[in-house]
Write a protein that binds this ligand. Structure first.
Ligand code: NAD
Ligand code: DAU
Length: 332
């Protein structure tokens, strides 16, 4: 049994991780989260207080971070500013949380010699051409495009430097696009589902040829648990479930699954610098650590996600109007 400190655990992936860790391991979980616009304490409301506690605070608060890290065995670092569109409007919080926040955590795990797992993204590798047979691997050169992905790339490099220079006991994982319950309605899939529920036409950036490599959030988190359990210190593992789909197909599938005509969506302004395609080769994780994804049928996973948003309107309703108002300002 370990005491696990989960940063950003009121967000999409971190809250699902806290849930999975409590169900599938004997560990206790402490979530450290500052509850930005993206954090939702409702995602944690039903967790067992005998093994779970919530601390509201920022990963940029050095003394709070030091105190919490000292009192735990493992840090799993999810906290981030996570949305590309926001990073184009105002990069400043991305620098603070993704770079300075990661620095504070690394200094604390170094001081207290604690195990650290760093959650990152495939976006650090930039993008691929649509017809390129290549996929990202652990040796693909870093080439981030947006302020968001540049700060995530920078934070990965800080981890590598702290491993090499100070012997910090860390692993890194870079995962592709997650979908599933409890994702903020600013993100592509929940935005379109909740638009359809509200009678608003879904919004496709540009022509919608861009490809994302979708993975269910529970598969991401089972891989993280496996890396914590068996990953080699100092190593990076790419997490992906062979889920490449173009955005246009995903929007059409959402409309069809929700009983609407497949073409009942609008083309809106494209994202500046929009990455064309992400694709993950997760051979290392599968062969070295024996991990495999459980959700292999994207349509079934998407249908279950739609049902979750239909059944949990109270969870997303408070964020919906402000999110759409922001998009409207950008013509999106
Ligand atoms: P999210 O935006 O849903 O959640 C982020 C959480 O971090 C929120 O609860 C927020 O309140 C918290 N947070 C932000 N700044 C903080 C600070 N300074 N101190 C403490 N807490 C703070 O993000 P997500 O989609 O769950 O992503 C989690 C992690 O996974 C991020 O590191 C992201 O880069 C990475 N990732 C995400 C995806 C994806 O598809 N969503 C894919 C690969 C990797
Ligand atoms: O690849 C992993 C990354 O996936 C994570 O690191 C990020 O934190 C996460 O937000 C996600 O980044 P994307 O930019 O790929 O996700 P987003 O949901 O914002 O957009 C997915 C695709 O859909 C992208 O090509 C832009 C497009 N899009 C998005 C929105 C919100 C639309 O066409 N319409 C929309 O309304």
């Amino acid at each position: 049994m370990s005491k696990v400190l989960v940063t950003g655990g009121a967000g999409f992936i971190g809250s699902n991780f806290a849930r999975t860790a409590l169900t599938e391991t004997p560990h206790t979980v402490t979530v450290l989260d500052s509850l930005t616009y993206a954090g939702n304490s409702a995602s944690l409301a039903d967790l067992d207080p005998a093994r779970f506690q919530f601390v509201r605070g920022s990963i940029t608060d050095a003394s709070l971070v030091d105190q919490l890290v000292a009192d735990h065995d493992i840090v799993v670092h999810f906290a981030a500013e996570s949305h590309n569109d926001n990073s184009l409007n105002d990069p400043s919080p991305f620098i603070q949380t993704n770079l300075v926040g990661t620095y504070e955590l690394l200094q604390a795990v170094r001081r207290h010699d604690k195990r650290y797992h760093h959650i990152s993204t495939d976006e650090v590798y930039g993008d691929l051409e649509l017809d390129d047979p290549a996929r990202f691997t652990e040796t693909t050169p870093y080439n981030p495009s947006s302020p968001y992905s540049a700060t995530k790339a920078g934070s990965d490099l800080l981890v590598r430097a702290w491993v090499r220079s100070f012997g910090v006991r860390a692993t890194i994982s870079n995962c592709s696009n997650n979908y599933g319950p409890r994702q903020h309605v600013e993100k592509f899939i929940p935005r379109q589902i909740t638009n359809v529920i509200d009678g608003i036409r879904p919004k496709l950036y540009g022509a919608g040829a861009n490809v994302r490599d979708w993975i269910h959030v529970d598969d991401h988190n089972s891989a993280v648990l496996r890396i914590i359990e068996a990953g080699q210190l100092g190593e990076t593992y790419l997490i992906g479930a062979d889920g490449e789909k173009d955005n246009k197909s995903v929007i059409e599938l959402i409309l069809t699954l929700m009983g609407q005509p497949a073409d009942a969506y609008d083309h809106v302004n494209d994202r500046a610098g929009h990455d064309l395609r992400y694709a993950i080769d997760s051979t290392k994780l599968r062969t070295e650590l024996g991990w495999t994804p459980r959700y292999r049928d994207f349509e079934a996973g998407l249908a279950a996600t739609i049902e979750w948003y239909q059944a949990n309107e109270a969870w997303w309703r408070p964020m919906k109007a402000a999110t759409e108002a922001n998009y409207a300002k950008a013509g999106q």
